[in-house]
Design a protein around this ligand. Structure first.
Ligand code: GDP
Length: 424
């Protein structure tokens, strides 16, 4: 038995979904351990193209059990729609292959609205939230004023708790944001409508995972967002509201006593970032437009154009360290094929001082990228399937990155399709 976490090393959207989809065949269970439907994994396979926001990416593999752990926040309406869409495409989703932790937290419509109200209040200082209610629901969780998925199995108990929560929440909604309060009847009806459809999937996921471990099953932990969005160690406050790093995987999955054996970190061959916050290597204008178009860099959850730029080795090295990565998948190498020479950021210049270390967030606005330029390969590599068949310049790029970030690059990906990848 072994377990592995697949995690993002940077700002998210590194291509974790395609890696999970690829390696799930070696695993019996895939668990999402944090986040909600605020980010999306794109998976392309024989069933079609799918943007998964909540369902674990192992859902397409027969015989893989998929779990939403206690660390996840669930919008029942959204999840139900995601399940229905996949079922329509012919994918079977049953209580046997999909389980929701009874300890997962439920997102309500008032969380979404509070997200939007707060972003509106902040105006040009907004965080660039996806407005899916994620920050409000996680803060309520720590205030012990949210509903856990397991409460859906005890509607009267849930209703009693929801009444108390709404009484408190409406104080903020009415008096801080001057918006309309939410009625208990409406919120209870909403959660029962969508939540009751999810009831068959709700179980003690921790007990299920412990049993799976005892039976020698292989478990894959699937992260959403990258290390730089981790609540504790990322570019705070432009982080997510949960811990995306691998160390949190056993906790958010439901087996806090277990260790992570392997950490597969996913790094994109260049940098992208969705939303606000410091992004040192950002390109603008035509340069950015070309890379964005080449890479199809538009958010899977929102369709927003992503910010793009060259590979940031300072941030990537930090991400590798935060994740404790034992292996790296370098994705989207094919996208760089159009460049004559490829910049990589080796240092930050902060007020005239060069640093290789990722600084405290307060200093990031002053950091300027220092680039080194590597030769491009200027040919289509999307059909290459063996590492040795890559042009020398492409192999040099991979090996340069490997040395700079201090971790083995075990996979090089050159396309979105399942087989468009090389192992080293
Ligand atoms: P995730 O959230 O980390 O899974 O990343 P996203 O799914 O948002 O973004 C990755 C995107 O790149 C998806 O559209 C993938 O299908 C696509 N992709 C992944 N690896 C490659 C690759 O090597 N080459 C190309 N061209 N596309 C890739």
């Amino acid at each position: 038995m072994s377990n592995c976490a697949i995690v993002g090393i940077n700002w998210g959207d590194e291509g974790k979904g395609r890696m999970v989809d690829l390696v799930t065949e070696q695993y019996d269970v895939v668990v999402r351990y944090q986040g909600g439907n605020n980010a999306g994994h794109t998976v392309i396979n024989e069933y079609g193209k799918f943007a998964l926001h909540l369902l674990p990416s192992g859902i397409f593999r027969k015989d893989v059990v998929n779990v939403l752990g206690n660390g996840v926040v669930i919008d029942c309406e959204h999840l139900w729609k995601e399940i229905e869409d996949l079922q329509k495409a012919g994918i079977e989703i049953t209580p046997e292959n999909f389980k929701i932790s009874d300890r997962a937290t439920l997102v309500f419509p008032y969380h979404r609205d509070l997200d939007a109200l707060e972003e509106a209040r902040l105006k040009d200082r907004a965080y660039g939230s996806t407005k899916r209610g994620i920050a409000p629901v996680y803060s309520d969780k720590y205030q012990k004023k949210t509903i856990q998925a397991g409460e859906l199995l005890y509607p009267e108990y849930l209703k009693g708790r929801l009444a108390g929560i709404l009484e408190w929440k409406n104080l903020t909604i009415e008096n801080v944001y001057h918006a309309k309060p939410y009625s208990l009847e409406d919120m209870f009806a909403w959660v029962m409508e969508y939540g009751s459809r999810l009831a068959p999937f709700i179980c003690d996921a921790g007990a299920f995972l412990r049993q799976a471990e005892a039976q020698g099953k292989n478990i894959l932990f699937e992260a959403q967002l990258g290390a730089l969005r981790d609540l504790d160690f990322g570019i705070y406050p432009y982080t997510s509201s949960s811990n995306s790093i691998a160390a949190y995987a056993p906790v958010g999955a439901g087996i806090p006593g277990s260790r992570v054996d392997e950490v597969l970190g996913v790094v994109k061959a260049y940098s992208t970032c969705v939303g606000e916050g410091p992004f040192t290597c950002e390109w603008f204008g035509e340069e950015a437009e070309k890379l964005r178009e080449a890479g199809g860099e538009y958010g899977a959850a929102t369709g927003r154009p992503r910010r793009v730029g060259p590979l940031d080795l300072v941030a990537t090295r930090y991400g590798v360290q935060l994740q404790g990565a034992t292996n790296i998948a370098l994705t989207k190498m094919d996208i760089l094929s159009y460049l004559d020479k490829i910049p990589v950021c080796t240092h930050y210049d902060i007020d005239g001082t060069l640093t290789e270390s990722f600084p405290f967030p307060a200093l990031l606005d002053r950091a300027k990228p220092v680039y080194e330029y590597l030769p491009g390969w200027k040919c289509d590599i999307s059909g290459v399937r063996k590492y040795e068949d890559l042009p020398q310049a492409a192999r040099d790029y991979v090996e340069y990155v490997e040395r700079a970030i201090g971790c083995r690059i075990g996979y090089v990906s050159v396309g979105a399709e399942r087989d468009a990848i090389m192992t080293r």
